[in-house]
Design a protein around this ligand. Structure first.
Ligand code: NA7
Length: 564
């Protein structure tokens, strides 16, 4: 029987998605003599693009804006074949980056971390995996992902279903929808970005006997308008990368779309509709992010735009009742993350596709053969797919048993009496710059709570840069301990909450972005877990922190008193 092992490193990174890959690359460049390892639960790199292999999975943001900007050779080598890349291609891209930069040798795969303990005398973390192997490190970089902890619906009987059932982010390798869904009755719960892509893909498979979509909240969705990128076009884009990344750096969410600076009240009715039509007919997020600047601030402006979008849905869905069910009634367009689609609404025009509106007939239970709803109907199913989302932002942290400074747990619900004095009570993060957290010394987070999410790769590259600089500062000064001050944490957390208040309409709506997940204990009240200010402002604040000699952080050398 192999005995658990124990190894020591300068830095341990958990997660080999884009964040982990980017962190490892930069740390290795800057600290060539350091021992650095990524610990990764999956069998390969890729993170989100490794786990999410459901049919139809692809970018909603432009492929061209998504790659790593630091690897100039890779930018010239890689041909994005579609304007919005499908998952297999994106996964291939990430694997290629890891392979080309020889990163695999410092990645330990198949390693899921279960616990983490801080040693306050000697200033290091020890992580223990499922098999009992230990990994100690002076510094820890969390690249756990903010949508990486899948949740099943909290519905009575969910565990009793006897047919094939799985969460979209755990799509079984052996299932090929074209082969295995023939003559099958398929059910899917959830109509977020994932559900919409999966439903559309399944709707295009011939011979599926039936597809029943169980929708609790209708989602605004609008056309993606994907297209292929030819070799000639890609050559042109390769010459243009600097300009593409410059645009991303100048927009609030780092996408290639910027709001029209005019308010909808500044223009005539005709001009208004002309811009909306133009955006609707263009590819990508422009129809969400590129419209009038007051669309997500002014209630009336949002209602008008929502009416325009509702009419688009009505024009595409033949059955009136289904169309009305597909139009969100309780939140305006763009106040949740807008999934982009390629024939989603037309799917409902097919006779074998059936929308079950759970607002009218909620699910009462799941049993071995299917789903019961309150109207007394039993929906018999062979396959049941859960597109029910994730324990977002804090979920992946919560899957680890933390013994931070003074043996504090990281997260606990107020009714959990076994965990005392949690650092993030009731799943409410407290951080400084979203990069560090109190009582979590020597810990840095990429895409952690209180960071801007937007175009993920752009945010990752920035966070990685800030963390690398900070580690260089520690190294140059011999600091073995860094932690934010309580005052800095309070001020930053207050700022994050203030930003969410000023961004009114988006933050008035329940979603993973506002901390709600009805399937997770303790996530029924809204909380502010993401930075709703702009990425530009976020970068400015990080730069100010560095320029001030890292005001807001306290540093120690081994067994010494605070230096800064
Ligand atoms: P989302 O956006 O969180 O969507 C989850 C969906 O599952 C949503 O429609 C939920 O309805 C539905 N859901 C969750 N639990 C239940 C239960 N118990 N009963 C019925 N319906 C349920 O996750 P996605 O994976 O689609 O997307 C996540 C992000 O990934 C996305 O925003 C992109 O940034 C990429 P609800 O709306 O809660 O009523």
């Amino acid at each position: 029987v192999p005995q658990p092992s124990h190894s020591s490193f300068d830095v341990v990174i958990i997660g080999a998605g884009l964040s982990g890959i980017c962190s490892l690359y930069h740390l290795r460049q800057r600290f060539p003599s350091w021992k650095i390892k990524i610990l990764e639960a999956g069998t390969d790199v890729g993170g989100t693009w490794y786990w999410n292999r459901y049919p139809g999975c692809r970018f909603d943001s432009e492929s061209l804006s998504y790659g790593f900007s630091f690897d100039k050779e890779m930018l010239q080598e890689w041909h994005w074949k579609e304007a919005f890349s499908p998952q297999p291609e994106t996964h291939k891209y990430i694997r290629r980056v890891a392979e080309k930069n020889d990163l695999y040798k410092d990645i330990i795969l198949n390693t899921r971390i279960k616990s983490a303990v801080w040693n306050d005398q000697q200033h290091f973390w020890t992580f223990v995996d499922e098999l009992g192997n230990g990994y100690s490190a002076r510094f820890f970089i969390s690249c756990l992902g903010f949508l990486s902890s899948p949740t099943l619906p909290a519905i009575p009987g969910v565990e009793t279903f006897k047919g094939e059932s799985f969460h979209t982010s755990r799509w079984p390798d052996h299932i090929d929808i074209n082969r295995d869904f023939a003559n099958k009755r398929i059910g899917i719960i959830g109509t977020g970005a994932t559900g919409i892509q999966t439903i559309t893909a399944i709707s295009k498979v011939p011979n599926v006997k039936s597809l029943s979509v169980f929708q609790r909240t209708a989602n605004w969705s609008a056309p993606l308008r994907n297209s292929e990128i030819s070799v000639q076009q890609m050559d042109e884009h390769k010459r243009n990368y600097d300009a593409i990344f410059k645009i991303c750096a100048e927009t609030p969410s780092c996408f290639m779309h910027e709001a029209d600076p005019r308010k909808s009240t500044d223009v005539t009715e005709e001009e208004k509709i002309a811009l909306w039509e133009k955006k609707y007919n263009e590819p990508g997020f422009g129809k969400w992010l590129g419209v009038f600047s007051d669309t997500y601030i002014d209630r009336q402006a949002n209602e008008e735009y929502s009416r325009f979008m509702a009419d688009k849905i009505r024009a595409r869905v033949h059955d009136k009742e289904t169309a009305e069910s597909l139009i969100p009634k309780n939140h305006g367009f763009g106040t949740r993350r807008v999934p982009l689609e390629s024939g989603y609404f037309e799917a409902y025009n097919k006779p074998h596709i059936n929308l079950v509106d759970l607002k009218k007939t909620p699910i009462t239970s799941i049993n071995e053969g299917g789903i019961n709803t309150t109207d007394g109907k039993f929906h018999e199913l062979d396959v049941l797919i859960y597109a029910t989302g994730f324990d977002a932002i804090t979920g992946a942290f919560n899957a680890i048993d933390w013994h931070a400074k003074d043996d504090r747990p990281l997260i606990a619900s107020s009714d959990d009496k076994t965990k005392k004095n949690p650092i993030w009570p009731d799943h409410r993060p407290r951080t400084f710059l979203g990069l560090t957290a109190p009582a979590m010394p020597n810990t840095f987070m990429v895409l952690g709570p209180h960071q801007p999410f937007g175009n993920a790769t752009r945010s990752i590259e920035h966070a990685t840069q800030v963390i690398t600089d900070l580690l260089a500062f520690c190294k140059d000064n011999g600091y073995t301990y860094v932690e934010p001050t309580e005052q800095a944490v309070q001020e930053w957390t207050d700022h994050v909450v203030d930003c969410s208040r000023s961004n009114t309409l988006v933050n008035e709506v329940d979603s993973w972005m506002t901390g709600i997940n009805t399937n997770v204990k303790g996530k029924t009240e809204r909380s502010v877990a993401r930075y709703a200010g702009s990425a530009i402002e976020y970068r400015r604040r990080c730069e100010d922190c560095k320029a001030s000699g890292y005001k807001g952080l306290k540093f120690y050398r081994d067994n010494s008193t605070a230096d800064v």
